[in-house]
Design a protein around this ligand. Structure first.
Ligand code: NI
Length: 172
């Protein structure tokens, strides 16, 4: 296992649409997943998508465990999502602050669906289906965007509600 460096906004690899995983017996796949989990935890992220470590594959990891970057967030058990697909986005939306390990120190307000359903394979190739809400739904939508080459500044509700967390009044 290894902590990898996270690509930052501006890197063309972050703008690519990633391709589905086809071989679940591939040792490289399992190494990438382990490295993603270690990297996410090391940088105190709540989610990480494979393109952020330069792997253009549809792989997401997410976990919330007493995260100091999101102190008010409920804990979420580790999830490994391969070839994820959102099957339902609620009409109801909520506006909240987001951050991203590819934009260190920055936060921006993004409108996301409050409730979503999704299905994905896990690392053994088994299908999993879930319906989640709130912050969990937000992380999923943010990470799905990474798989499509989209970073959250492209989704800002208001360009004024974007900046460095050590300067935004909302974070002081
Ligand atoms: Ni991100």
């Amino acid at each position: 296992m290894a902590v990898l460096s996270v690509l930052k906004m501006g890197d063309p690899l972050l703008a690519l649409k990633s391709s589905p995983v086809t071989d679940f017996d591939d040792q490289d796949l399992h190494r990438v997943i382990e490295d993603m989990i270690e990297t996410m935890r090391f940088y105190h992220g709540v989610g990480l998508a494979a393109p952020q470590i330069g792997v253009s594959k549809q792989i997401i990891v997410l976990e919330v465990a007493q995260n100091d970057r999101y102190p008010k967030a409920e804990n979420i058990e580790l999830e490994v999502l391969i070839n994820p697909n959102i099957t339902n986005l609620s009409q109801q939306e909520e506006l909240e602050w987001e951050g991203c390990l590819s934009l260190p120190g920055l936060r921006g307000q993004v409108l996301r669906s409050s409730n979503i359903s999704y299905e994905a394979f896990n690392q053994t190739g088994a299908i999993q289906k879930k319906t989640v809400s709130g912050f969990h739904a937000r992380i999923l939508q943010h990470e799905m965007d990474h798989l499509n080459g989209i970073l959250y500044p492209q989704r800002l509700a208001d360009p004024q509600k974007f900046g460095f967390e050590d300067s935004l009044p909302e974070f002081l």
